[in-house]
Ligand binder design. Structure first.
Ligand SMILES: *[C@@H]1O[C@H](CO)[C@@H](O)[C@H](O)[C@H]1NC(C)=O
Ligand SMILES: *[C@@H]1O[C@H](CO)[C@@H](O)[C@H](O)[C@H]1NC(C)=O
Ligand SMILES: [Ca+2]
Ligand SMILES: [Ca+2]
Length: 238
């Protein structure tokens, strides 16, 4: 029964991609399919959303390879490794399949994507409680005069899309600040993906746990990356 449901789901996904062929955005459907074996073999599951506990879909500590689109963050513990350590596992792809890094095989227990829940390359920011994108999160696509539960707790962040974002050390867009543009740029056919990954606040020149507000645009003299960076193609066979 499980496999019948899965096949129906995959057939639905496939047909909805085919039906929308040629419609802008159809090709950038975000997903990651995780496989229990190397080389995309064995049991598999297609993830399209945040998944805080992979045991729910019988894929805990099991995945060894994957295919997909998007920037997916992979964690050893459930609930996105709230007790951060120094390891980082990510799956970055715009249509390729790959064996997962050796140290990330047979251990992933939760996963989520970075970026907008809507378009793959929409302007967006994700702020994380832990270094290396772990733990609780504050995310959005508009100015935030305060960060709610993540006030003075941010230790890493990701920005997606072409807009710069300015991060401030005080509420209401005051204090010290730094602006971030995407500095990683990928294309594959019509699919475009721009983002920056700030694993530690020291990369921004701001103290850990200091960010208190966020504004769209580059409104600081301290700038990481620059607008309109060159995009490199990504070979689908790599
Ligand atoms: C995966 O594919 C590579 C290249 O085709 C092959 O050398 C390797 O033996 C395969 N590994 C497994 C576990 O199937
Ligand atoms: C932020 O600015 C708004 C509007 O000017 C003001 O009402 C609010 O009290 C300010 N918040 C803080 C924490 O200063
Ligand atoms: Ca695990
Ligand atoms: Ca923190």
């Amino acid at each position: 029964m499980k496999f019948i449901e899965l096949w129906c789901f995959l057939a639905f996904i496939t047909s909805s991609i085919l039906n929308e062929k040629g419609v802008a955005g159809a090709g950038d459907f975000r997903y990651v399919t995780g496989y229990a074996g190397l080389n995309y073999t064995g049991d598999y599951y297609q993830f399209t959303d945040y998944t805080p506990d992979l045991s729910v879909v019988q894929m805990d500590n099991t995945i060894e390879s994957g295919c997909g689109i998007g920037l997916w963050l992979l964690y050893d513990a459930v609930n996105y490794d709230p007790l951060a350590d120094e390891s980082e596992c990510t799956f970055r792809s715009i249509g390729e399949c790959r064996n997962w890094d050796f140290q990330c095989r047979n251990m992933i227990s939760s996963l989520r994507y970075a970026g907008s829940p809507y378009g793959l390359n929409d302007n967006y920011y994700n702020l994380y409680e832990g270094t290396l994108f772990k733990g609780r999160e504050f995310r959005g696509n508009t100015d935030a005069a305060d960060l709610g539960d993540l006030d003075m707790a941010v230790s890493s962040l990701i920005v997606t899309g072409q807009s710069g974002w300015t991060f401030y050390t005080d509420v209401n867009f005051t204090g010290f600040s730094a602006c971030v543009y995407a500095d990683e740029h990928y294309t594959n056919g019509d699919i475009v993906h721009d983002y920056a990954r700030v694993q530690y606040m020291s990369q921004l020149g701001l103290p850990d746990n200091s960010i208190r507000s966020v504004a769209r645009g580059c409104l600081s003299e301290r700038v990481l990356g620059h607008p309109g960076g060159e995009r490199s193609g990504q070979d689908a066979s790599d």
